[in-house]
Design a protein around this ligand. Structure first.
Ligand code: SAM
Length: 281
């Protein structure tokens, strides 16, 4: 029997095989399933061969406020409640945050069973830097709001990730081209499904590609960080940093550290280090 708690459970984003045995076990044993849409979740249960003999309650954007306390009370009363979304990881551009907050405030146990999440899967496939990234949710539909958001984010030094829908994709990419210029981008669609595809290139490359084949399915749009390393680190500044490091650590370690700090290619930094060592610089 499960202990009473809120179990946040990630479900597949396309491929049913991505449900974990642990997630399946908890879905089977939970007393109550809190879900966005009971029809979608009952279908998932049937496909996974799970019993439907339990209570399903809806918890979505429009009733989050009132339902959060009701669900917290159910758990406090001794029940195990599993929170799921229509697909993927609950709380990530999906409801759940207010419920988790309420549980924490009232010392009700919360735990999470990790699994599929479109942001992470897309980032892994993008070929864009993963050391720092910012997920900014859905891109607003209104032109002004979209433009304001892009302007707000354009100088942030991280890979930017957004959710987007097929009908809006081209408009978004056109606005992106205007604001982000020639930054590299990646667009992932239909992740874990038969038509999974990840395209990379400039905004105009991707627009051209989707002008030939109409965008279909679910999309994640990613934008590379601004390429401003040269502005921040002139070659003189890198050389100075290298000289300083080479006094205290080995040439190899100095190269590694300076490459990390400056974001420059290791080979370039190594060449500089050799020239410093040979008094050519
Ligand atoms: N919480 C979910 C997650 O992150 O796993 C996302 C829910 S959000 C309401 C739905 C959006 O996520 C879609 O419009 C799309 O942008 C993205 N998404 C979900 N599944 C996807 C997939 N298989 N391939 C690409 N994008 C997907």
């Amino acid at each position: 029997m499960l202990t009473n708690a809120l179990y946040i459970i990630s479900t597949p984003i396309g491929n049913l095989g991505d449900i974990s045995p642990r997630a399946k076990g908890i879905l089977q044993e939970a007393d109550v399933i809190a879900c966005e849409d009971t029809r979608v979740s009952k279908k998932l249960f049937s496909l996974l061969g799970l019993s439907l003999q339990k209570k399903f309650i809806t918890y979505h954007d429009h009733n989050e406020e009132e339902k959060a306390q009701e669900i917290t009370d159910i758990i406090a009363g001794g029940k195990a409640v599993a929170l799921i979304s229509d697909a993927g990881s609950p709380l990530i551009s999906d409801p759940g945050y207010k419920l988790v907050r309420k549980c924490r405030e009232q010392n009700v146990n919360v735990t999470a069973i990790p699994g599929a999440c479109a942001v992470i899967t897309a980032l892994q496939l993008s070929g864009l830097p993963t050391n720092r990234f910012m997920f900014a949710g859905f891109i607003p539909n209104k032109e002004k709001a979209r433009e304001d958001l892009f302007n707000e984010l354009k100088n942030i030094d991280t890979t930017l990730i957004f959710y987007e829908t097929a009908p809006r994709l081209i408009k978004t990419l056109e606005k992106g081209a205007e604001i982000f210029g020639n930054r590299e981008i990646a667009v992932a669609r239909e992740l874990t499904k038969i038509h999974e595809e990840t395209l990379t290139g400039s905004f105009s490359d991707i627009i051209a590609s989707f002008s030939q084949t109409e965008p279909k399915g679910e999309f994640v749009v990613m934008i590379a960080p601004p390429d401003n390393k040269e502005n921040i680190f002139s070659s003189e500044a890198v050389a100075d940093l290298l000289r300083e490091k080479m006094q205290s650590v080995s040439l190899k370690s100095a190269v590694k550290e300076v490459a990390q700090i400056s974001g420059l290619n290791k080979n370039e930094v190594y060449d500089l280090a050799l020239r410093i060592k040979n008094d050519e610089l």
